[in-house]
Design a protein around this ligand. Structure first.
Ligand SMILES: N[C@@H](CCC(=O)N[C@@H](CS)C(=O)NCC(=O)O)C(=O)O
Length: 331
């Protein structure tokens, strides 16, 4: 076992299944270890933060945070690369990786914990998976505990009675954008999965397992649903495409979701943290969004800005970012 990566996670954690899908695609020997509360030895030994996923390397080093996990492993196993060769497509994939992790999580988390039917489904599956040996009474206690804890956290991602319709509109609009984009390609950037696919998929696969967003996907999005299934065990079916052939159907995502919603949100969030504000408000597509700032997102925005700054030739990518409203947040 010690010569394998160990991926500690749970099926209902979007960041955990994101990392598992990556290991599967790359064909890197690993073991998926569903986290359970009665067998936590290795998890407790290596986890520095109380979060999943936790990856323990063959050298017994614990790594957390799905984006750096993938980046570290990708540096060791560069083939097949998850980064398109075309430099514009490559950076858009990096940008959508961040968007998937941070904005896509609002869709997933909001839908899972906003309505009773989804709360019961989510809490039931989380408690069952983490307490597989529990009797009925213990299980009922576990379900109530998970539900209470998570419902109380829904505001952390910015979900409240005012923003709920904004989050749901954003989700439905994203589905409408993905559907034609995935009509003629297996993955977001062509015939093999890119960095962005893993992040976006972790959130959308999880949303699909929940009753309310799952029913929406099933009713409206057959191409997206096929991609959700494909990404469980992704494989290269051909090459990446250049930005020129992706642009017609992917530009609307950059314009309507990244440029109009996510970028102004993440910039306002980082500014609020820098000022030490308790709460911030920002206009997103003409509607006021109010929430307490989220710390991690300022860190991941600064990492994204670092990746943008490191680009050597920015002329082609800047044109795309400028036109779609994504540039201002990156410099
Ligand atoms: N940025 C981290 C986020 C990890 C994260 O938020 N994990 C959640 C599950 S998806 C968690 O472990 N939450 C613990 C809890 O809610 O108690 C990553 O990409 O890995």
């Amino acid at each position: 076992m010690a010569d394998l990566y160990r991926v500690h996670g749970i099926e209902l954690s979007p960041y955990s299944v994101k990392v598992r899908s990556y290991f599967r695609y790359k064909g890197i020997p690993h073991r998926w270890i569903p986290r359970r509360l009665d067998a936590e030895g290795e998890y407790q030994k290596y986890a520095k933060l109380p979060l999943v996923p936790l990856v323990v390397s063959a050298e017994n080093e614990g790594i957390q945070d799905s984006t750096p996990i993938i980046e570290r492993v990708e540096a060791l196993y560069p083939e097949p690369s998850i980064h398109p060769a075309d430099p514009v497509a490559r950076f858009i994939s990096v940008l959508l990786e961040e968007f998937g992790d941070e904005w896509g999580n609002k869709w997933m988390f909001h839908y899972r914990w906003a309505r009773e039917v989804d709360q019961l489904s989510g809490a039931g599956r989380i408690a069952r998976s983490m307490m597989p040996a529990a009797d009925d009474a213990q299980l009922a206690g576990g379900i109530a505990m998970v539900r209470d804890r998570m419902v109380n956290r829904v505001s952390f991602v910015g979900s409240n009675p005012v923003t709920a319709p904004q989050i749901e509109d954003s989700f439905r609009d994203a589905l409408a954008i993905f559907e034609p984009h995935l009509a003629n390609r297996a993955y977001l950037f062509g015939q093999r999965p890119a960095f962005a696919d893993f992040a976006m998929w972790g959130q959308l696969y999880n949303a699909w397992t929940d009753p309310t967003p799952g029913a929406l996907i099933n009713a409206t999005s057959p191409n997206l649903l096929a991609w959700i299934h494909r990404m469980l065990w992704p494989r290269a079916e051909g090459d990446f495409e250049p930005w020129s052939s992706l642009a017609p159907t992917l530009t609307p995502l950059l314009e309507r979701q990244v440029g109009r919603l996510f970028m102004p949100w993440t910039v306002a969030n980082a500014a609020a943290l820098a000022k030490g504000s308790e709460e911030f408000s920002v206009e997103l597509a003409g509607k006021t969004w109010t929430q307490k700032p989220q710390k991690y997102h300022a860190k991941s925005l600064s990492a994204l800005r670092g990746k943008y700054t490191a680009l050597v030739d920015k002329s082609a990518i800047d044109e795309v970012l400028q036109k779609t409203g994504c540039l201002a947040g990156l410099r």
